[in-house]
Design a protein around this ligand. Structure first.
Ligand SMILES: Nc1ncnc2c1ncn2[C@@H]1O[C@H](COP(=O)(O)OP(=O)(O)OP(=O)(O)O)[C@@H](O)[C@H]1O
Length: 329
């Protein structure tokens, strides 16, 4: 079962059933079935080309699926249905703020687009500015703002009409570590304050770690869906990484001499081992001085989980001409 956490789950707010989209015969999204629970932050995780943006665009009503359906609170809805649109807030990968307007004006514009006017609109604009910690900056034009402040404002604008679901396509793309952390602190605060459900796309392992659940996509297919902790626990133990001048040769020798499964990942020899610390001295003893440039040990990340699930690094693109691999279990 791909969605291994579904048995105890509440009724889904949003349910995708067999969503499929092809481009010139090539399948970008391949029979995607996925439930998003009320109040959760669900991340669609996968490398470039996995089908995340295509899924986002289908849900945002920008692209028609070739097959499949979407249910909102159990009702089948067309993705262009205004009733569904009003329940959604959307943040696109490329920002869409008006640089010549102030933060308040940008939010007011967002409110008006969804039919909010007068005192109600003003109340929502002020509440949103407060929740993203920018109340005292509201009268500044946003053209000069940092990437992190702009993303927070986009988040506030997506929520100004009180949607139930927020869709975000790579929301923290290009943000530095500090801006990334601040964005997520505000996202979680807004989720709690407004009771929203969030579906986002990401290819960042650090962003995947902070989602409540992850749907792992590879070549348009769902390969796993679970909490980050449950996915990480699928890895047997520690990750030992060895840098050396001839990694392929070293990996073969490590397999032969130590009887462990060593492979080359992004130019370094990598071994997954239950007792990683016990392997370090064996490794150093087995190879003469100078063969190994460095040896390091760490806990597995979601990038390692992705590699194990798909045989592909999260940072790598899905090759355009490659036929979709067979589904793994
Ligand atoms: N408009 C299009 N025309 C043709 N092929 C497309 C189009 N949009 C997406 N594709 C192809 O569909 C596949 C999935 O792309 P998609 O953009 O959904 O992946 P992604 O996981 O979002 O990657 P990225 O993070 O790079 O956006 C890729 O092979 C891509 O080249």
């Amino acid at each position: 079962m791909l969605d291994s956490s579904s048995s105890t789950s509440p009724a889904p707010l949003l349910h995708l059933e067999g969503l499929t989209r092809r481009f010139k015969g090539r399948v970008a999204v391949d029979g995607l079935t996925l439930s998003v629970r009320p109040g959760e932050i669900l991340g669609l995780l996968g490398p470039n080309g996995a089908g995340k943006s295509t899924t986002f665009q289908i849900l945002a009503g920008l692209l028609a699926p070739d097959a499949g359906q979407v249910r909102f609170e159990g009702r089948e809805l067309s993705l262009s249905d205004p009733a569904l649109r009003r329940q959604m807030g959307i943040i696109f990968q490329r920002g869409s703020l008006d640089d010549l307007l102030t933060a308040r004006e940008n939010l007011m514009l967002g409110a008006r687009l969804y039919g909010l006017t007068g005192e109600r609109a003003r109340e929502r604009v002020e509440a949103m500015l407060g929740l993203i910690g920018l109340l005292d900056r509201g009268d500044e034009r946003v053209g000069t703002w940092s990437g992190g402040m702009r993303r927070r404002l986009e988040l506030a604008r997506a929520l100004v009409h009180q949607p139930r679901v927020v869709l975000m396509d790579e929301p923290t793309q290009g943000l530095d570590e500090a801006a990334f952390r601040t964005f997520w602190a505000h996202l979680k605060r807004l989720r709690d304050a407004e009771g929203i459900t969030v579906l986002l796309t990401t290819h960042r392992a650090d962003e995947a770690e902070v989602c409540d659940r992850l749907a792992v996509l590879d070549a348009g297919r769902l390969v796993a869906c679970d909490t980050p902790a449950a996915l990480a626990s699928r890895m047997g133990g520690d990750i030992l990484t060895v840098e050396a001048s001839e990694p392929e040769v070293l990996a073969r020798e490590v397999r032969e001499k130590l009887g462990v499964d060593a492979k080359v990942v992004e130019g370094k020899v990598q071994v997954e081992a239950r007792q990683g610390h016990a392997l370090v001295p064996r490794l150093v003893e087995a190879f003469p001085a100078g063969r190994l440039s460095s040896v390091s040990l760490r806990r597995p990340t979601l990038a390692d989980v992705f590699l194990q699930l798909t045989g592909r690094a999260l940072g790598a693109d899905v090759p355009a001409a490659e036929p979709a691999p067979r589904r793994r279990r």
